[in-house]
Unconditional design. Structure first.
Length: 444
């Protein structure tokens, strides 16, 4: 408690005292509390749980409009400074305890419009003594002074004088004015339930996927993205695909049209080759010249679909792409199949399909010779016609994230820096999800 010889005291959560410690000293059993703050996080509640549980009635007034569940979640689930508490995996327990406490003795309202960004903590005890803290510290663990923060706080603690009475009078005027404040206790309890509710693993998986890709869901429209006038839907390869593969093809075409590149990263056995063939046929029907670059051991797997051969199940589609080996990028003469490597016009391909694209993850420059990666970039992709690049790999990340970065660099340098390691926070679940290249990455 404040000394009787002093009516006010500065609290800055640094040199001159802490808001949280001062509240602990002054909240007594059955105290009436009035709190006005932009935040009321569950971790701040946990810091003062014993005192708040013993207190009497509590009124919480958010000083900003919180009329949507999404905004309420943001204000109660924790700030950036409180990430360390999320990592302790205690969120569900604390949220449940906070919800039980609110049900028992708390009323909550929100201002309908921002009137003031000041915070206020007012305590009225049974013996009629009053105490107030007014200033900048929100009801968060950093606002209470228990979590380090770069923010400089300035608060004034006042006891038993005219100011404490004026503070609570001002608070009451806002609280009781229905045109200014709206009750949101039920919405807060609903938001807290989202934090402590037990979710199935399937729900968490799909919920996370939705938050990663929600901005791109509208893009996967088959009728809009796939120009049916090309005749792609009448081809054998298109009608051989399963629904999930068609979705992959549509997504890949979308990325190729908008970013000139895409990685199809389906797991082994899910049909990356057939998906790529459908993409190839779509662009061949638009008169694109196509080159397939693959490991030498996979060469025949690709060539078969261009040949008049009984084993070619897509003979009716008449594929007409060229096939070269990865190693052919290191050769400057001789033949690769029927293609003369001395006279081939590397720069005249509109679409480059790279099978097992992770083989190009090592792009270390050499002084003594041109590497496959540098030749692919300089002679095939950058030179001549503007090329689109479709990469196929079940393991785009082998040892480190830079593996993926190198591959994406083949078709985008500017957008690479914009989207690399884009992250989102899924607040309902307290779950950290990292989405790499959501604009380019197609995976099912």
């Amino acid at each position: 408690m404040l000394e009787k010889t002093s009516e006010s005291k500065v609290l800055d959560n640094r040199r001159f005292g802490f808001v949280g410690d001062t509240l602990k000293e002054n909240i007594r059993p059955d105290s009436k509390l009035a709190i006005m703050s932009a935040y009321f996080t569950i971790y701040a509640f946990d810091s003062l749980k014993r005192e708040l549980m013993d207190a009497g009635t509590v009124r919480i007034l958010f000083n900003e409009p919180l009329l949507e569940i999404k905004k309420i979640i943001h204000r109660i689930s924790g700030t950036e400074q409180e990430v360390k508490f999320r990592n302790e995996l205690s969120q569900a327990r604390i949220a449940k305890e906070c919800a039980d406490w609110i049900k028992a003795k708390v009323e909550i309202k929100s201002l309908k419009q921002s009137i003031s960004d000041s915070t206020l903590y007012h305590i009225q005890n049974k013996d009629r003594t009053e105490f107030a803290i007014h200033g900048s510290s929100d009801f968060t663990s950093s606002g209470l002074g228990y979590t380090p923060s770069t923010k400089y706080e300035l608060n004034t603690a006042t006891e038993n004088n005219e100011m404490t009475k004026k503070y609570v009078q001002w608070f009451n005027e806002l609280w009781e004015n229905e045109q200014v404040a709206k009750a949101i206790k039920s919405e807060v309890l609903q938001s807290l339930e989202m934090l402590y509710k037990n979710y199935t693993r399937q729900f968490i998986y799909f919920f996370t996927l939705y938050h990663i890709f929600k901005d791109f869901l509208h893009e996967l429209d088959e009728d809009e993205l796939v120009n049916s006038k090309t005749g792609i839907k009448n081809t054998i390869i298109w009608n051989k695909l399963y629904k999930f593969q068609k979705d992959g093809v549509v997504g890949a075409i979308d990325k190729l049209e908008r970013y000139n590149g895409c990685i199809i990263a389906d797991s082994v056995g899910l049909g990356k080759t057939f998906e790529a063939l459908a993409v190839i046929k779509y662009y061949e029907l638009r008169n694109f010249r196509v080159l397939v670059l693959c490991p030498k051991k996979l060469r025949d797997n690709w060539l078969i679909y261009t040949q008049n051969d009984k084993r070619n199940i897509f003979a009716g589609d008449r594929f007409n792409y060229d096939v070269l080996n990865h190693t052919d990028l290191s050769r400057y003469s001789g033949f690769s199949g029927d293609i003369n490597l001395e006279t081939i016009n590397w720069s005249n391909y509109d679409l480059i399909v790279i099978d097992e694209s992770h083989n190009f993850r090592n792009n270390t420059a050499r002084d003594d010779r041109e590497t496959r990666y540098s030749r692919l970039m300089d002679e095939v992709i950058k030179s001549g016609v503007k090329s689109k690049v479709l990469m196929l790999s079940a393991t785009p990340v082998n040892n480190k994230m830079n593996d993926l970065k190198v591959c994406v660099k083949l078709f985008s340098v500017v957008l690479l820096h914009q989207y690399f390691q884009h992250s989102i926070f899924v607040p309902f679940l307290g779950y950290r999800a990292i989405a790499w290249f959501p604009c380019y990455f197609v995976t099912f």
